[in-house]
Design a binder for this molecule. Structure first.
Ligand code: SF4
Ligand code: SF4
Length: 98
């Protein structure tokens, strides 16, 4: 789930240049995060979301709440992708216990 800009944003535009994938855009004089481009800064040089890290407000950029099962499957798919022999083990495990 992408980050989003909240009503606490003071339009300082720091996140505009901080985003490594160009997901922060301007709509009029207000920044907006394109959810189709935001990667949560995963697979970039950074370990934390750059929009949130650089924001001078407490909650100008926040991660949108994730649906429980969406998060569960995202974690599952990420872990399975890192394993070898996943056909032989994790998918059997999943089919057995789900
Ligand atoms: S979380 Fe990262 S990729 Fe998403 S808008 Fe913020 S800086 Fe850009
Ligand atoms: S860094 Fe924070 S306050 Fe500045 S434009 Fe982005 S969301 Fe708004």
């Amino acid at each position: 789930m992408a980050y989003k800009i909240t009503s606490q944003c003071i339009s300082c535009n720091i996140c505009l240049s901080a985003c490594p994938v160009g997901a922060v855009k301007m709509i009029g004089d207000r920044p907006w995060i394109d959810p189709n481009l935001c990667t949560n800064c995963i697979n970039t040089l950074y370990t934390v979301a750059q929009c949130k890290a650089g924001c001078p407000t407490c909650n100008g950029c926040v991660k949108q709440p994730t649906d429980y099962w969406e998060g569960w499957f995202a974690t599952y798919n990420k872990l399975v992708a890192n394993l070898t022999n996943k056909q032989d083990y994790w998918e059997r495990w999943f089919n057995c216990y789900s």
